[in-house]
Design a protein around this ligand. Structure first.
Ligand code: NAP
Length: 249
């Protein structure tokens, strides 16, 4: 039997790297895409996958990436993130533009480029990594929540447009997960990034990879339209249960 191929964008860190490892363990041949090729190559070597440079904000890069891929059965659109916590009054265009490029347009470009190959395999699956920011808002989160709301709208539109084709479309919406996400959001400020998870137990990248692995393990007639996964310690984006330092409950 031909080995099924999974393509994971943003596979150099966090949820994408864990998903690449998980899908490889489940028997997929994995293609890993991201900008930091050295990191990708290390992970690819470990899981006998293929590392390909990819910048989802650059159409030329996406086209080269898609051309290098022969077959795709599962596409995990995971590359993305947040920059800053600007209020709308003080919104910086460059940050907002990056968030829309990475989280929305990047997904459009990669999906559009790989759709013919997903269809040709006869049983394709697209998993878009959204966020609870796709249906919640919070002060200072405007750029990221608007982008993830946009991703949610495009995921639902795609699901409607692909009805009748052999492609499933899922959205995974995580809550707080400890990855490089906050480090990127706060431009490398480690203390600020650590404070996001202070006194609470966040999800791990592996928890979310487990969810994606499960979605990809289901038979072709079962489509997990959307899945929301939060830590027990989180009820909404800003309602987080935190314990005093050094205590447990
Ligand atoms: P992360 O550790 O910062 O990983 C982000 C990944 O995206 C990296 O591999 C990065 O690789 C890649 N990436 C960023 N810009 C890219 C670009 N232009 N082209 C290609 N790859 C790019 O963060 P994460 O938490 O795993 O985030 C993964 C996804 O989960 C994101 O879509 C994020 O919005 C979503 N999410 C995260 C959380 C959370 O709390 N962590 C919650 C909800 C949703 P390079 O830098 O090497 O390109």
């Amino acid at each position: 039997m031909t080995q099924r191929v999974a393509v994971v964008t943003g596979a150099s860190a966090g949820i994408g790297a864990a998903t690449a490892r998980r899908l490889a363990a489940d028997g997929f041949s994995v293609v890993l895409g991201a900008r930091r090729i050295d990191r990708l190559e290390t992970i690819a070597a470990e899981i006998h996958g293929q590392a390909l440079a990819l910048d989802v904000t650059d159409i030329g890069s996406v086209e080269r990436f898609a051309t290098a891929i022969e077959r795709v059965d599962v596409l995990v659109n995971n590359a993305g993130g947040a920059l800053g916590t600007d209020s709308i009054r003080e919104a910086r265009d460059d940050r907002w533009e990056w968030m829309f490029q990475a989280n929305v347009l990047g997904v459009v470009r990669v999906t559009r480029a790989l759709l013919p190959k997903l269809e040709a395999g006869g049983d394709g699956l697209i998993v878009n990594v959204g966020s609870i920011a796709g249906f919640e808002t919070y002060p200072g989160g405007g750029g990221y929540t608007a982008a993830k709301h946009g991703l949610r709208a495009l995921t639902r539109t795609l699901r409607q447009e692909l009805l009748g084709s052999p492609i499933r479309v899922s959205e995974l919406c995580p809550g707080l997960a400890e990855t490089e996400f906050s480090l990127v959001r706060f431009a490398g400020d480690e203390a600020r990034a650590r404070a996001v998870y202070r006194g609470m137990q966040p999800l791990s990248a592996e928890d979310l990879a487990e969810a994606i692995g499960w979605i990809a393990s289901l038979p072709p007639h079962v489509n997990i339209d959307e899945m929301v996964v939060r830590p027990r310690d989180q009820a909404t984006a800003l309602q987080v249960h935190r314990r005093p330092e050094g205590t447990v409950d």
